[in-house]
Design a protein around this ligand. Sequence first.
Ligand code: AMP
Ligand code: MG
Length: 401
Amino acid sequence: MSGLILEQAQNLLLERVNMIKDAEEITLWDAGGRVLAKDIYAEHDQPPFPRSPLDGYAVRSADISTASKDHPVRLRVLEEVDAGHVGSRCVEPGTAVRIMTGAPIPDGADCIVGQEDTDYGEETVEVYEPIGSYENYCYAGEDYKAGTKILGEGLLLGAVEVGILASLGLEGVSVYRSPKAAVITTGDEIILPGEELAGGKIYDSNLHTLVTRLRMWGMEVTAKERVGDDAAFAAERIREAAGNADLVITTGGVSVGKKDIMHEVVKLLGCETIFWKIAVKPGMPTLCAQYQGKLLICLSGNPYGATVNLELLVRPLLCKMSGRPDLKIRRVRAVTESTFPKMSRVTRYVRGYYENGKVRIPDGSNASGILSTMCGCNCLIEIPAGTSRLERGDTADIILL
Ligand code: AMP
Ligand code: MG
């Protein structure tokens, strides 16, 4: 029995989580990538006053209706208004106010003549072109009006949305808190960077790969530690980590070896097992359980297997928990420029580079213990169960990373 198909596994997990609706107030500087917890209404018009879109002269359109290069209209210049300042004069027939871009349009004026259509006069100005009423005129509230709902609850805040919040004059914003994830790696052979590479040991790459990826997705990582292959100790560390996380992710110890401790850990914790094994390569022995209402996702220790299953199983969960649509799994079709010779009984995910509708597999090993050839890869090529081989020119489904 090779396990659940991926979609069933994803659904079994997804039905056990909800979007986290705890709100917190943060500064706009930290708001990118967060999800808005409240509707936002404008308290003022934007712009708050009618403003000039040009450097030129605020005039009455009726005064300059006959203006031309040969027969310019001469107007008396009352004053100059620069951006950030308010003038004191009203434009009366036969007069103009020198005005700069972004400055408030004075009362009486109904259009702006660009300075290129004048003689740039200081005391008086000659206008060479007629301008229609309310041409070159930015209305107050042209962007949005006071009282309008500007951004809705649940919206993902990107650069533009944060800019809009700033245009409203806000310094902070109420957002939903990010999911908290704990990452624990297992294995007596695993040592941390900085420790001495003794016989039989390897450095822990999973902890860094997983924590980095989770942070790239905007998650708060509340624990990141390595435990050995002692089930009781691992269970204790998971118990503690779960107290301060919405989700616990482990790597290693899920297969059928003597030291595959996670089966024992799940028992020690009194977890409900949701599934063990998925029909996916790499990462077939993935084990998922629920501990005190929180998901415990136990990924294979193989670095490529752990990386792929973080994308396939954990990313959709975090998408739902955080309410971030940008974390949805993104699939596209691509024409392969490589051949993949192996046949597989289960769906296989092969590392690839995707660009402009084409995908290729990097040179070197694609084995699940190999991480280095995944360097620079930006997608997983999905090879459906039972496909005999992937040939150059075949079209494949790919998952963008
Ligand atoms: P396991 O799933 O525990 O049987 O581990 C499968 C393979 O992945 C073994 O070769 C482990 O040494 C290796 N491995 C397990 N955990 C890690 C880790 N955190 N970093 C790098 N390699 C690991
Ligand atoms: Mg192990």
